[in-house]
Structure formats: C-alpha cells, structure tokens
Design a binder for this molecule. Structure first.
Ligand code: ATP
Ligand code: MG
Length: 197
C-alpha cells in the first residue's frame, strides 16, 4: 500500500505573514514528516470582524512571496475565494475534497487559537477531518487543555515573539520590520503602502 500524503494546513489572516508563521510551519513539517504545508489566508473571517484587514489579494500575494522559495510550501485561495465568512471546518472540508482520501491533514494553529477553537461548535467534525497541531508561542500556556485524546498535539517552536499586530504597529509608526518578515514582504508593504494609516 502506498503511503498517504501528509499535508499541513496553516490557516491565518497573514496580515502580514511573518517569520513566526514560517518557522512554525517549518518546525511542524519537520517533526510530523509532512510532504507539504499549504498556507490558507482567511477570506471573510468569522473571528476577526471588527478590525480592518488588508485586502485579501494583498495578504494572498504576501503569502505567495514569503513561501515561494520553499518547495514544500504553497498557498491556497480556498478561503479568500469563498463568498461568505469562513469557519475552520469549511477550510478543512474543502481541503479534504480537493485532496481526496489519499491524504492525511494536519491543521497547524497557534495554541491561543486552538484554545478558542475548543469553544466552537462542530469540533467533533473538526477532529475527524484533521489532526490538530497547536504551536505554543512564547508567553503562552494552555490554561486547561482538555484536548481530545490523540487528535491534538502540542508543539513548542523556537521563541519567536513576532505577531502581525506588532508588524503593523511598527509600520504605522515608522519603525523597521526588517528580519521580522521576509525581505520581499518589507518591499511589498512599501510598494503597496500598507498599514501606514
Ligand atoms: P495578529 O497579531 O493580527 O493576531 P498573528 O501574528 O497572530 O496576527 P495570524 O495570521 O493571526 O497572525 O496567525 C496565524 C496562525 O499562526 C495562528 O494560528 C497563530 O496563532 C499562529 N502564529 C502567529 N504568530 C506566531 C508565532 N510567532 N509563532 C508561532 N505561531 C504563530
Ligand atoms: Mg493572532
């Protein structure tokens, strides 16, 4: 029997994508022997309503720029092309459909996001669709894991206390974001004049 493909899915707003995201994906890919990690920028998010988010097309292109040099990284439009708010279960159902039965899905997410996820509806189906990998960020501890056995793993990634929020704040106040994000992202943000106002 041929081995199933092991596919990582890294969902996020990626506003902008930064080295924390990339290191997390790379670490999980290594330790879970993933064949590929697909970055899935959110479309109309069901959880980040309220804040103004950069255009989906800009976030998508930044994800493409940041992942282009890694043969195991790719970017999917499934969420940004969806005409209604996306829940994680939608993303996973779509990826399942696209990938067929020959793939095992690993959903990579921050431990903070994972904690929130456990309060959502549909969690049963979520854990049937994919194995969940929660990456812990510096300064974050799971308060009460209460995680379903066998379907969720927690993994520590090297301490990168980078967030998109901090990158946006820095751009707004004229501080550098070099080395927090890939060079091409610094240049893209300048070119498109993102986050300045
Ligand atoms: P924001 O500051 O706008 O919330 P963010 O930096 O958390 O942005 P998201 O696009 O929300 O970025 O994150 C996508 C996923 O990556 C989430 O699951 C998040 O928990 C995880 N993540 C974000 N930053 C890091 C980091 N530095 N290390 C590991 N995982 C991270
Ligand atoms: Mg976040």
């Amino acid at each position: 029997m041929t081995q199933k493909r092991r596919l990582g899915i890294m969902g996020g707003t990626f506003d902008p994508i930064h080295h924390g995201h990339l290191v997390a994906a790379s670490e999980v890919a290594h330790f879970f022997s993933l064949d590929e990690v697909v970055f899935v920028p959110t479309g109309i998010s069901s959880h980040k309503e309220g804040r103004k988010v950069a255009a989906a097309e800009d976030r998508y292109l930044m994800a493409v720029i940041a992942t282009a040099s890694n043969p195991r990284f790719s970017v999917s439009r499934v969420d940004i092309d969806r005409p209604r708010p996306t829940y994680t279960v939608d993303t996973l159902r779509d990826m399942r459909r696209i990938q067929g039965p020959g793939a095992d899905l690993f959903f990579i997410t921050g431990a903070d996001a994972l904690e929130k996820m456990l309060t959502w509806h549909d969690t049963e189906e979520l854990f049937e669709l994919a194995h969940f990998v929660g990456v812990t960020r510096p300064g974050h501890r799971l308060a009460d894991p209460g995680l379903p056995n066998g379907r969720v793993s927690l993994m520590e990634v090297p301490a990168l206390s980078i967030s998109s929020t901090e990158c946006r704040d820095r751009v707004r106040s004229g501080e550098p974001i070099w080395y927090l994000v890939p060079d091409g992202i610094v240049q893209y943000i300048n070119k498109r004049d993102l986050y300045r106002s």
